[in-house]
Design a protein around this ligand. Structure first.
Ligand code: PRP
Ligand code: URA
Length: 209
């Protein structure tokens, strides 16, 4: 089981501090989520396979490398995962996008799927599932189970803030999935919100509260 990778680059830590601030408004919050996703994408695509090609420079022939093999798909978990898509696409513009809609029941905290639309060639792609928040892990576990039930084999999960409980549950349920998080927080509170966290990511991105 690969250990979760915590991407604690100084630029990411600085931006997360701004994200956590309750006085940060939706416009800035959205921009920060997108920028953090872009920085995380750089690390999460570090193992993309390369192949050697020859390119004619104005001076000589260069033996150089380009990305080869499997293509990439991003799958945001709605709603909050949508906030990460633009930043990811700024580094991998040719990626295809799937969507999985999940909401967490406010009483039971159980995830419920309400939407799933995936690229037709998703099984031939490396899939990176996006959600800024990994709390109990229920939403990520179910979204990844859904992808596996459709035949997807190569999956990574990228979140900004993770609770220890969610990291443990997701690693246990899907030990083949590499998890990337930008911060590992302390715990969950009685409402299963991440402490200290940043509140409700969907509401803060879309200004719905
Ligand atoms: C939030 C968040 C995750 C989920 C995390 O979504 O974006 O999807 O909760 O919690 P979990 O790890 O305990 O499942 P929410 O259900 O609030 O929906 P929203 O994005 O539409 O606001
Ligand atoms: N979902 C969020 O948006 N925030 C949390 O802290 C937990 C679940």
């Amino acid at each position: 089981m690969p250990a979760p990778i915590i991407l604690d680059h100084p630029l990411i830590q600085h931006k997360i501090s701004l994200l956590r601030d309750k006085n940060t408004g939706s416009k800035d919050f959205r921009e920060l989520v997108s920028e953090i996703a872009m920085l995380m994408c750089y690390e999460a695509t570090r193992d993309l396979p390369l192949k050697e090609v020859e390119i004619e420079t104005p001076v000589a022939i260069a033996k150089t490398k380009v990305i080869s093999g499997r293509k990439v798909a991003f799958v945001p978990i709605l709603r909050a995962g949508l906030g990460m898509v633009e930043g990811m696409l700024s580094l991998v513009p040719a990626a295809k996008i799937g969507h999985i809609g999940m909401y967490r029941d406010p009483e039971t905290f159980e995830p419920h799927e309400y939407y799933c639309k995936l690229p037709s060639d998703i099984t031939r792609r490396e899939v990176i599932v996006l959600d800024p928040m990994l709390a109990t892990g229920g939403s990520a576990i179910d979204a990844i189970s859904q992808l596996k039930s459709k035949g997807v084999q190569n999956i990574k999960f990228l979140c900004i803030i993770a609770a220890p409980e969610g990291l443990e549950a997701l690693s246990k349920a899907h030990p083949d999935v590499q998890i990337y998080a930008a911060a590992k927080d302390e715990c969950l509170n009685e409402h299963k919100y991440i402490v200290p966290g940043l509140g409700d990511a969907g509401d803060r991105i879309f200004g719905t509260r």
